[in-house]
Design a protein around this ligand. Structure first.
Ligand SMILES: NC(=O)c1ccc[n+]([C@@H]2O[C@H](COP(=O)([O-])OP(=O)(O)OC[C@H]3O[C@@H](n4cnc5c(N)ncnc54)[C@H](OP(=O)(O)O)[C@@H]3O)[C@@H](O)[C@H]2O)c1
Length: 322
């Protein structure tokens, strides 16, 4: 019988550190702000939008909400983003997906300044990740060790430059942090990522590769998923297909990360994995909800505060946050 790899503890430690940094910046006269943009009224999107606002407020990050009607044009969205880029109160922007089909999502994410791309989805952020210019963050122990760990870097290390190297996408970065928080060794392990989206699967595969795991990426056209899974030490599923991964498909003792979020007809929220069955065979399994999700939001807020720190430091290199 495996153990449950919950995300609330790590997420609350990250939030506590974020809250402290927000207070430190406030003492230097700087408020931290997050912009959130939603188009339409998809219930799941609205729920994520509101949850992120509530959690941001709980750590004293100001929120700036942009609620757009489904009928909005791409030009109007881009104009709003240009305004946000110039708005000194806003340090990062989260655009909630999916957007209406007629809106090109790449135009939207690429309009966000890389310095404010706290969700790490723009081409500059993606390129920096692929070029290993931002992966140093996944080797930085401050991001995964428990808050009371004595090996934490000193306070000044909070100002290590990260803006030129961009922000990492929050969900895959959250997965790596959760794995490390639970002491899962990645180097030399066989990892299978199911899903190849730009938001989750692809960047996660790059991050696991940076950690020197041997990575296979599976997707809809993968004909023999079982073949890859039966040899996988680490399985990360991000498909949005409930019940896709069952116990008989995974290796005894595997670590299984469920990123999928699926709302069933009866209103229950489940992941991609048959949680009860897989838990009997795996060593660690993340639940849905309560696994990767809370760490994703905490990481987004942390990226936002780092954006504010970078901006403050660039404008005043002698800034000493009390
Ligand atoms: N927990 C969190 O914080 C968090 C954050 C973001 C997303 N999510 C959830 O994660 C899931 C994936 O999100 P996404 O944005 O990556 O979705 P997406 O863009 O729709 O991508 C889904 C991926 O899964 C693959 N796939 C679909 N059905 C499959 C199957 N039967 N077998 C193998 N691969 C299959 C697709 O393959 P093709 O590319 O071949 O079509 C695609 O690469 C969703 O449920 C989403 O709600 C969770």
């Amino acid at each position: 019988m495996g153990a449950v790899m919950e995300g609330h503890t790590l997420a609350s430690e990250i939030r506590a550190r974020v809250k402290q940094k927000v207070e430190d910046l406030k003492r230097s006269g700087i408020d931290v702000g997050l912009g959130l943009m939603i188009v339409g009224d998809n219930p799941a999107s609205l729920q994520y939008f509101q949850a992120t606002i509530n959690i941001a407020k709980s750590v004293n990050i100001n929120t700036h909400e942009y609620r757009m009607p489904t009928s909005i044009s791409l030009n109007e969205i881009l104009n709003s983003i240009h305004d946000i880029n110039r708005d000194e109160r806003i340090n990062g922007l989260l655009v909630i997906f999916p957007l209406p089909r007629r809106i090109n999502p790449r135009r939207v994410v690429n309009a966000v300044l890389p310095e404010k791309d706290v969700d790490g989805l723009g081409s500059v952020s993606v390129g920096r990740l692929a070029a290993e210019e931002s992966t140093f963050q996944i080797f930085d122990e401050r991001f995964s060790k428990p808050a009371n760990d004595k090996q934490f870097l000193p306070q000044y290390a909070e100002h290590l430059p990260c803006m030129p190297s961009g922000f990492l996408p929050c969900t895959p970065f959250g997965v790596i942090r959760l794995l490390e928080y639970y002491g899962v060794q990645l180097q030399g392990k066989n990892a299978v990522v199911i899903g190849k989206s730009l938001a989750v699967g692809k960047p996660l595969a790059i991050m696991l590769l940076s950690k020197e795991a041997t990575v296979s990426v599976c997707h809809k056209s993968t004909t023999n998923l079982d073949f890859y899974l039966c040899n996988a030490d680490i399985v990360c599923s991000a498909t949005g297909v409930s019940g896709l991964i069952k116990a008989d498909m995974i290796k005894e003792g595997a670590v299984v990360i469920d990123i999928g979020i699926n709302v069933l007809n009866d209103g229950r929220i489940v992941g991609d994995i048959d949680f009860e069955g897989v838990l009997k065979k795996a060593s660690l399994v993340t639940p849905v909800p309560g696994g990767v999700g809370p760490v994703t939001i905490a990481t987004l807020l942390e990226n936002t505060v780092r954006s504010a720190q970078n901006n403050a430091l660039l404008n005043n290199p002698l800034l000493i946050v009390p």
